[in-house]
Design a protein around this ligand. Structure first.
Ligand code: NDP
Length: 227
């Protein structure tokens, strides 16, 4: 049987790199994108992983990537890249540039990327996964010190849902995933979950939901999250 195939977007470090490591160890054939391949030393050490250059904010680069990969079929497309936004996290204080950057990288760019590549998911069993956050749940009273980031992930969930509803049948299974509070540059001091544990759990969810259809908001341990 030929190996499963994955395209992981934003894999230079943190959870994205962890996903590539785990999938590679599990025998998947992985294509990983990073902004600067020459600096992705950890990724380069994983033999057989194909590395592509991509800044997710660059719409023309998304088109070029889709063109380069146009003959490939993926079992998993995972849009992981994301940013925290300005340190102050205040809507009142945010400049148009800060808001534009946050909502471009975390909301519109992931959907634009999915639009370019969704046709290459394997029919019936393909999974389209977006890295959301539990903070993106409007029912979650926590994390108001990260108000702008929270809003960006809620917006990503909403735009994902609109995108999915407009896709022709048969649609892929779509996941909005919460990785836990993970020990990465973004997760910072106090984070609880090891990258490897989060990534193993996230891949378990991908495998569990493959072929089921629908759009699900779940964490790395399989707990459903309220929208
Ligand atoms: P890191 O800050 O450690 O890594 C972020 C990754 O996103 C890097 O690979 C970075 O690339 C990439 N990236 C950022 N902007 C762009 C861009 N414009 N184009 C391409 N790649 C880009 O974060 P984490 O690994 O912790 O987070 C990964 C995802 O998980 C994010 O979407 C985040 O919001 C989400 N998340 C994380 C949580 C946590 O506790 N850590 C909790 C909930 C959600 P580069 O090296 O070039 O900057």
């Amino acid at each position: 049987m030929s190996p499963k195939t994955a395209l992981i977007i934003g894999a230079s470090r943190g959870i994205g790199l962890g996903l590539v490591r785990q999938l590679h160890a599990d025998g998947w054939q992985v294509t990983a994108t990073v902004r600067d391949p020459s600096r992705a030393i950890d990724l380069q050490a994983l033999q057989g992983v194909h590395i592509e250059s991509l800044d997710i904010d660059d719409a023309a680069a998304l088109q070029r990537l889709a063109q380069r990969l146009s003959d490939q079929v993926f079992d998993l497309l995972f849009v992981n890249a994301g940013i925290l936004g300005p340190n102050h996290q205040s809507a009142a204080a945010a400049t148009a540039e800060e808001l534009g950057q946050l909502f471009l990288t975390n909301v519109t760019a992931p959907i634009r990327l999915a639009e370019c590549l969704v046709a290459q998911l394997r029919p019936q069993s393909g999974v389209l996964a977006f890295m959301s956050s539990g903070l993106g749940s409007v029912a979650n009273p926590e994390g108001n010190n990260l108000a702008l980031y929270k809003a960006s992930k809620a917006a990503l969930n909403s735009l994902t849902n609109s995108f999915v509803c407009e896709l022709p049948e048969p649609r892929p299974t779509v996941l909005s995933l919460h990785p836990g509070w993970v020990k990465t540059d973004m997760g910072g001091d106090g984070a609880m979950v090891e990258v490897a544990d989060s990534c193993r759990g996230l891949i378990e969810q991908v495998e569990r939901f493959a072929g089921q259809g629908g759009h699900h908001f779940v964490d790395y341990q399989g707990q459903q999250i309220a929208w």
